[in-house]
Ligand binder design. Sequence first.
Ligand code: GLU
Ligand code: ZN
Length: 294
Amino acid sequence: MTIITRFAPSPTGPLHLGHAYSALLAHDLAMARRGTFLLRIEDIDQSRSRPEWEEQILHDLAWLGLSWPQPVMRQSARLAQYQSTLTALWHRGLIYPCTCTRRDISAAATAPQEGAPLTGPDGTIYPGTCRPVTPQTPVAPLPPPGTALRLDMRAAQSTLADAALTFTETGTPTNGHAEVIHTSWDDVHTSIGDIVLARPAMGTSYHLSVVLDDAAQGITLIPRGADLFDATVIHVILQHLLNLQTPAYHHHRLIRDDTGKRLAKRDDARAISKYRADGATPADIRQMLNLTRH
Ligand code: GLU
Ligand code: ZN
């Protein structure tokens, strides 16, 4: 099987060291096995995405020595695909509209069972206020974009029967061998819950778009930060519901600043453009990240 990896930046800030690590790793993993490295622009959050950031990110990636096939996939061009998938899930009774405000959710979520977490990879674990008591297949049309839609995890579980929630993790640094990660439905219900699959302002969500786009691009291995590890089972569930292949995942260590803090978009001091302005070469960046040359 030929390997296809990707780097999927959101143009909401500069490319910093952490992003450079993801991008170089995705590129190197593909090249090491004569595969393909693809780029995708994740610009569904139109309130935060800026063309200037996108331009700078592309420029920084090229400066780092990366190249990729054209055309580059952009999420903003795929809203119709997201919408038709939501329509299909809606008619299967797998999603429901949610009218709760943030405040409603935290008020209802303040008394979880002992030991159960309050937040998961998609934020506060939804207490289920708007979930239909018995999932039913709606005859009404999908509510228009502007409505929050949640994935009914219980309905998903009954649809999938005993489908195994597993994926292959190749990023485990301890032994360098692939590991099969398994999650139980009990864990999904207590630690994740009914996630938002369409946000009012976007008409989609990160989870829905990333799963559809990775499948559309034929991605076989996804290198990304360890902060997304807990969200991966959400993607695996969506892949099963939508009849898509589950790729392998390579969750990598997070690049921290000198004080051990995680880098965030606002840490402009770690922007690749800043290093370049200070005279660093692409080889210096690779060395800082402990990535050998390719
Ligand atoms: N656009 C996402 C980010 O920048 C990509 C996440 C992923 O690789 O799945 O965090
Ligand atoms: Zn609700």
